[in-house]
Design a protein around this ligand. Structure first.
Ligand code: GRF
Length: 192
């Protein structure tokens, strides 16, 4: 990963599909002095992503690429990213799988946050799977994105105890709180 030089922050795009609590958290983080990144672009695959409101709130450029309507959405995303001089991508609840080709073009510069202790529970419904398996711990993982789903090199992980009374919902809340600490910490780690 390239080293930081001077005071310039690394232009970053955040890809979302949903609530955007990690997006909001990353925007807030990007504004503090020690953040190596600035958030300059928000991309969503759906106009229904609630997190898009943070683009308006924080006056950040946003663009929706409806994967159904665009013939080649990734080509369009790539050209926008190039135009905006984006050098780093954070996936934050982005529900589309990016192609091998796309990832290759941004090799080592796309990261993701996942709500489990990877390699356990790749994919969806991580919290109910952990509860159904009677796991004592779960957690969250910040990792590099590769062509294989949720399988890239781990940057940081946080372990969280599962209480007997936890439901998938209460666990999701607990984990999300830790994601908001872990994601910025992972960004600091990779650029320092
Ligand atoms: C988070 O749990 C994240 O780990 C997963 O999707 C969820 C996104 O939540 N990849 P939010 O939209 O950032 O609130």
């Amino acid at each position: 990963m390239e080293k930081l030089t001077g005071l310039k922050k690394i232009k970053t795009a955040v890809f979302i599909s949903g609530t955007g609590s990690n997006l909001r958290n990353l925007i807030k983080f990007s504004k503090i002095k020690k953040s190596p990144v600035s958030i300059n672009l928000i991309i969503s695959n759906t106009p229904l992503a609630k997190g898009l409101r943070f683009a308006d709130q924080f006056k950040i450029k946003k663009k929706i690429f409806n994967f159904m309507n665009f013939k080649d959405p990734e080509k369009n995303i790539l050209s926008l990213i190039k135009k905006e001089k984006i050098r780093f991508i954070c996936l934050a609840g982005f529900m589309k799988i990016l192609s091998k080709d796309f990832i290759k073009k941004f090799d080592g510069k796309i990261i993701n946050i996942h709500p489990s202790l990877l390699p356990k529970y790749k994919g969806l419904n991580t919290h109910s799977r952990a509860i159904n398996n009677k796991d004592k711990f779960t957690g969250c993982t910040a990792h590099y994105v590769t062509a294989r789903l949720d399988s890239g090199k781990i940057i940081l992980q946080k372990k969280i105890k599962i209480a007997a009374k936890d439901s998938a919902d209460t666990l999701a809340k607990k984990v999300l709180k830790q994601e908001h600490k872990l994601y910025p910490a992972a960004i600091i780690k990779i650029f320092n």
